[in-house]
Design a protein around this ligand. Structure first.
Ligand SMILES: [Zn+2]
Length: 80
């Protein structure tokens, strides 16, 4: 799910979702699981934010300066 999906499902603001996700990331790590996110991509030029560690959506593309960035999709998987 994207933060927007989660926001709508549980009816809390999107920015609160990111706060909770940061907490979930730490708590699932203690259960041998991992919170994964797909890298954000720029809709204008296709730039992929591979190195990004933060959970939030980037504001602007470093390559084309557009701000149409796809939201990351989050999922929880069993750890290795
Ligand atoms: Zn771009």
């Amino acid at each position: 799910m994207t933060a927007m999906d989660i926001s709508q499902a549980v009816r809390i603001p999107e920015k609160e979702v990111y706060r909770h996700l940061a907490h979930i990331q730490r708590s699932v790590a203690g259960q041998g699981k991992e919170l994964l996110l797909t890298p954000c991509t720029c809709r204008a030029c296709g730039f992929v934010f591979k190195e990004r560690r933060r959970l939030t959506r980037p504001g602007r593309c470093p390559r084309c300066r557009e701000s149409r960035i796809d939201s990351p999709v989050f999922r929880i998987v069993e750890g290795k």
